[in-house]
Write a protein that binds this ligand. Structure first.
Ligand SMILES: Nc1ncnc2c1ncn2[C@@H]1O[C@H](COP(=O)(O)OP(=O)(O)O)[C@@H](O)[C@H]1O
Ligand SMILES: [Mg+2]
Length: 624
């Protein structure tokens, strides 16, 4: 029973990396400690391909546009060479045609390059937007479909960082990086071919310089890759810390954690900064090194070319064109570094996204769902059977040792026991938040694992202590129980549990926005809204896990009076630490260390000599 509580992975300040500044991790060796979850080999590439596959035609079209645009851009120096060596001499000989043609051609190429660039930008932006939309949608859908045990360990901050900074990294690659790459590769190929065609010797010098350039690039890629992975993890960690602090702003205030948090945040920020600095340093080295190579090649070509012009084995126009091309050849080297940057960031980010998308729900939807049998009679309740069930959370030991339990349809069962006894765990198995490690949970004879989501929610609804409200109006929050409910039905549900009065007193009544000024409602009132929501859902089995714990005693009394009607005919599991709840129960289960140690009607247990009799006596005395 000493397994760390659920909140621990989320509560540790830096769950994503392990280095000297990180406190010891709660689950040593847990893959969730790392920002990159394990994914099958090739998952990242497969993800990218699956994103681009639906727009293969559009990707091909944009690539073609880019090819044409590059051709138009690269035609310039060739026209200059032609002008110097052919058109100008012809012009001197009073043949004006060639020079005019060259001028017109140059203008045309420039116009075409501009127009093509324009169309390309629009077309590629559309493709990128669709890819990113698709990816964000996938992350959201997938994360939402994953089971609770995933979310307990992964934390919302990391999910936010996946769908913001990591998607953004891919956006940069797609919108700028890929265009750069294609442009750079195309101009390399085109210009090398041109240089070789203009003059084999000069061309060979240029091509020979590609070897050292390539080596430099590989070196940079390897080194910067490390820096970028560290940076992307650092960003994620900063976001996680941020989200966690703001989510827990109340305890932060209450315990004056601000300066401690600030110090931790500064450490994280510094780590981010350092990773950034490392990446920049690598880039500076790469750019400097490759410029050195490039300028050496240019110097060799100019010197050798000039000597050859002097001895007449090379035309001046060709040398001019070669030098113009050379400038363009080495120009994109810096841009290639930019591309490599965005490539590295995007690769690191995509790997994380692929790892997330490779997670499978531990509580999967059935492939061939079954329906619940038709109910016999008017009453809404259904029978529940725990058949040889045993359970332990993934991160700890066994919580519930093997047990059997049958709840007949319509029975109201109170579950009592000390904190940590396993009451909520039992309830969560019944609501199928988790699947048992062994055995089955049956609802009217059907395994919960065979029920499709909607059918399961009509079967079992659980109201917990948290009573979460979504942004929107009070009425909308109640209607989550049954989205097609009319206003009248919503109000009837609210009246049944005694929430109508306080809701009517809100500034806009049922239309009050729960997140806006004046719409703020107390914890107890939130629980009443959550109650009304569950009641409206009209489930066969209703589980109340400390669902009245935020109510004051009169409030709880009022809910209890209402509960008699609400629970009538329904199968109900009521977990409460105030024993007053037990009065409405048909049956009481006492849990201790994951086991049901007492089971009987309240009267029987009170009359007996067990734990419940002791508890009840103590409670009676406290009332007196
Ligand atoms: N999500 C979880 N992951 C791991 N352990 C958990 C989780 N939730 C509860 N536990 C552990 O299971 C045990 C029973 O908890 P719980 O069912 O919540 O008890 P109760 O509701 O009776 O107070 C406790 O030891 C608790 O630490
Ligand atoms: Mg509990």
């Amino acid at each position: 029973m000493t397994a760390p509580p659920t909140a621990t992975p989320a509560a540790s300040p830096t769950p994503t990396t392990a280095d000297d500044e990180t406190p010891p991790q709660p689950f040593a060796g847990d893959p969730f400690d790392k920002d990159v979850l394990p994914a099958p080999p090739g998952a990242t590439g497969a993800l990218l391909r699956s994103l681009l596959a639906p727009m293969r035609a559009r990707v091909a079209l944009t690539t073609l546009l880019l090819l044409l645009q590059q051709a138009a851009v690269q035609a310039g120096p060739l026209l200059v060479a032609y002008a110097i060596d052919r058109a100008v001499p012809a012009f001197r000989a009073d043949d004006h045609g060639p020079l005019l043609a060259v001028g017109a051609g140059y203008l045309l190429c420039a116009l075409a390059a501009g127009a093509l660039q324009y169309v390309f930008l629009i077309a590629s932006a559309r493709v990128n937007q669709d890819v990113l939309l698709d990816l964000r949608g996938r992350i959201f859908r997938h994360a939402q479909a994953l089971s609770l045990d995933f979310h307990e360990r992964y934390t919302s901050g990391r999910l936010i960082s996946r769908s913001t900074s990591d998607v953004e990294a891919l956006r940069e690659l797609l919108s700028e990086g890929l265009q750069e790459l294609v442009a750079v590769v195309l101009s390399f190929v085109f210009i090398s071919a041109m240089l070789l065609w203009l003059d084999l010797g000069l061309g060979a010098v240029a091509v020979a310089s590609f070897g050292p350039l390539y080596l430099l690039m590989r070196l940079y890629q390897r080194r910067a890759g490390r820096a970028f992975a560290a940076r992307s993890t650092a960003i994620a960690t900063v976001i996680v810390k941020f989200v966690e602090t703001m989510n827990g702003i109340r305890p932060v205030r209450a315990f004056r954690r601000e300066s401690a948090n600030e110090a931790a945040f500064r450490v994280l920020n510094r780590r981010h900064e350092r990773a950034n600095g490392d990446a920049l340093l690598e880039m500076a080295r790469y750019v400097t090194g490759s410029r050195l190579v490039a300028n050496t090649a240019v110097a060799v070509i100019v010197l050798w070319g000039a000597l050859r012009v002097v001895d007449g084995s090379l035309e001046l126009g060709v040398l001019a064109a070669a030098v113009l091309y050379l400038r363009r050849l080495y120009d994109p080297i810096d841009r290639l570094a930019m591309f490599l940057n965005s490539y590295q960031s995007a690769a690191a980010s995509l790997e994380k996204i692929a790892g997330l998308l490779a997670q499978t729900p531990s509580v999967p939807e059935p492939s061939t769902p079954r329906e619940l049998p038709a109910r016999d009679g008017e009453l809404p309740g259904r029978a529940v059977v725990f058949d040889e069930v045993a359970f332990g959370y993934r991160t700890g030991g066994e919580i519930l040792p093997r047990f059997d339990l049958t709840l007949p349809a319509g029975q109201t069962v109170a579950v009592v026991g000390s904190t940590g006894a396993g009451k909520s765990t039992l309830a969560k198995l019944l609501a199928r938040f988790y699947d048992p490690s062994a055995g089955r949970v049956l609802l009217d004879g059907v395994d919960l694992r065979e029920l499709a989501g909607p059918e399961l929610r009509r079967g079992v609804v659980m109201v917990t202590q948290e009573a979460f409200l979504f942004s929107g109006t009070v009425a909308e929050n109640i209607a989550i129980g049954r989205p097609d409910a009319s206003r009248e039905e919503i109000e009837r549900a609210a009246k049944a549990i005694g929430a109508h009065e306080f809701i009517s007193a809100l500034p806009d009544g049922y239309d009050t926005d729960v997140r806006k000024r004046g719409g703020r409602i107390s914890a107890g009132q939130r629980q009443l809204v959550a109650f009304a929501r569950a009641l409206l859902a009209d489930p066969a089995v209703l589980i109340l896990d400390e669902a009245t714990s935020s109510l004051d005693v009169p409030g709880e009394r009022a809910v209890q009076a209402a509960m008699a009607t609400v629970l009538k005919g329904r199968t109900a599991v009521v977990i409460a630490h105030r024993l007053s709840t037990v009065e409405i129960a048909d049956r009481v289960l006492v849990m201790e260390h994951g086991r049901i140690v007492e089971d009987g009607s309240p009267a029987e247990l009170i009359a007996g000599t067990g734990r419940f009799a002791d508890l009840h006596r103590a409670w009676r005395d406290s009332l007196a």
